[in-house]
Design a protein around this ligand. Structure first.
Ligand code: C2O
Ligand code: CU
Ligand code: CU
Length: 484
């Protein structure tokens, strides 16, 4: 029977009914006093955040770029502590967070195609963690399998070969059952693969190539993050600050936007101004496309080029909006040098894949019949000891992903190891957000999306799951094994 209370707890909308808190075990709720406090900050349409600070008065930081501790023998070697930190996210308040190297948006790793990276993560927290490189084409031992944990005081080396084209990837926690809370509390950062063979394109680079992590969150009145109901996460952060401003010169910028929300779809726009989209999860599109709105679901990335020399002619303030809520203001100053960047009409062709040999179906749903909702892939909750799909290395497969819920509830589908191409959505053409190389797609109730993926190089076990992390952490995840 349809259990109304359970549905609401998952974030479903059922007849506009009042929302109940997200389901957690009682011990978790008890250890989080913030959970019962009322949320007090909301990013509103008029741009005022109630809760005692003036919006657009703090500057958006750019996450620092990590320096390798060693670059000998053609490998960049990094060390990153995973640690608790107290940070100023809301001006004047202190937020305890889980961090990579003490930063709410972890330090950015800038890798190069063809040049391996080795990262040692040292767990200084009181709980097991691990690290997954989202969008990475990496060996299974370095993929951050949910059962491959780094215990407190332990460390683990992850090897990233970077045998992939340029792309905006990100790293985040993937520890079994706790990834939702860990990522929500700050275990997320950028990992950018720069492809030297893409340099000739002349896209904006260096200080004009800026990653922006967008995510929703909920704070209490003293600054604690509340990990509660997804619909109450009404404070939108841009690189870890609510409604910041960002000074830009009157010239072109490349922005790498990531939706790092646990479960959320952003409708990004600049108030009707055209935005040039150049890239997606897996890097550059074949050609730039102009949009006035970009739909970006959890874990998706979109790369855009904005020319502030053009935009500033209108003299009105320039905002990035989510729907009609301004979330970031761009303050334009004159360019200090001539802008030699450009957006060529041809970017990077899609790879041509061998003919598909297998077709599979994947259904995503919840079992809400019991006391606690259970996430299912093809009717089964995640079992680390079970292999759900066996795939032959070197082959191309077509997967049809179905959001099989009987009620209005969204999912996203994410596959490790590969970047796939979307063939169709609901039997028709893919949506703008499906273009290019993808590793994550959004599916509303009853949507069906067909994707095509080529499984190369690496053998072993990899995850595919819903990237609404409150869903994957309660079972909506499965395992594929690539074999010889
Ligand atoms: Cu971004 Cu399996 O995760
Ligand atoms: Cu991933
Ligand atoms: Cu889901």
């Amino acid at each position: 029977m349809l259990n109304r209370r359970r549905l609401l707890a998952l974030g479903a909308t059922v007849g506009g009914a009042a929302l109940l808190p997200f389901t957690r075990t009682s011990s978790e709720a008890a250890s989080d006093p913030g959970a019962r406090r009322k949320e007090f900050l909301t990013t509103t349409r008029k741009g005022t955040v109630h809760g005692g600070f003036t919006p657009f008065t703090t500057k958006m930081p750019i996450p620092s770029v990590l320096r390798p501790s060693l670059t000998s023998s053609g490998v960049d070697v990094y060390k990153v502590p995973v640690q608790a930190a107290k940070l100023e996210i809301i001006p004047g308040l202190v937020t305890p967070a889980l961090t990579y190297a003490g930063q709410f948006v972890g330090p950015t790793i800038r890798a190069k195609t063809g040049r391996p990276v080795k990262v040692t993560y040292v767990n200084e927290l009181d709980r097991p963690v691990n690290v997954h490189l989202h969008g990475g084409h990496v060996p299974a031992v370095s993929d951050g399998h949910p059962m491959d944990l780094i215990n407190p005081a332990g460390m683990r080396v992850y090897d990233y070969p970077n045998t992939q084209q340029g792309a905006t990837l990100w790293y985040h926690d993937h520890s079994h059952g706790s990834e939702a809370e860990h990522v929500y509390r700050g275990l997320h950062g950028f990992y950018i693969v720069e492809d030297p063979s893409e340099q000739y394109l002349g896209l904006p680079s260096g200080q004009f190539d800026v990653p922006i992590m967008l995510r929703n969150s909920q704070f209490d009145e003293v600054g604690n993050l509340i990990w509660g109901h997804p619909d109450e996460r009404t404070t939108i952060l841009a690189n870890g600050r609510p409604q910041p401003y960002f000074p830009v010169q009157a010239r072109r910028y490349r922005f790498r936007l990531l939706n790092a929300s646990n479960e959320r779809v952003f409708r990004l726009n600049m108030g009707g101004r055209p935005i040039t989209k150049i890239g997606s999860d897996g890097g550059l599109l074949p050609a730039p496309v102009q949009y006035t709105e970009l739909v970006v679901a959890s874990a998706e990335r979109v790369e855009i080029v904005v020319d502030f020399a053009q935009l500033q002619r209108t003299r009105t303030p320039i905002y990035l909006y989510d729907g009609d809520t301004p979330i970031l203001r761009f303050d334009v100053t004159p360019a200090t040098s001539r802008d030699t960047s450009r957006v060529p009409s041809v970017l990077r062709p899609l790879p041509v894949l061998p003919a598909p040999v297998v077709e599979r179906k994947v259904a995503m749903s919840f079992d809400i019949s019991g006391e606690i909702p259970v996430g299912l892939m093809d009717g089964k909750p995640f079992d680390p000891n079970r292999v759900d799909m066996t795939i032959k290395r070197g082959t191309t497969e077509i997967w049809e992903i179905h959001n099989a819920e009987a009620f209005p509830l969204d999912h996203t589908f994410h596959m490790h190891l590969v970047q796939f191409q979307v063939l169709s959505r609901n039997g028709g053409a893919p949506l703008p957000q499906d273009l290019g190389l993808k590793d994550t797609i959004h599916l509303a109730q009853d949507e069906r999306v067909r994707v095509k993926a080529h499984f190369t190089t690496h053998l072993g076990r990899y995850m595919y799951h819903c990237h609404y992390l409150e869903h994957s952490s309660i079972g909506m995840m499965a395992q594929m094994e690539v074999v010889r």
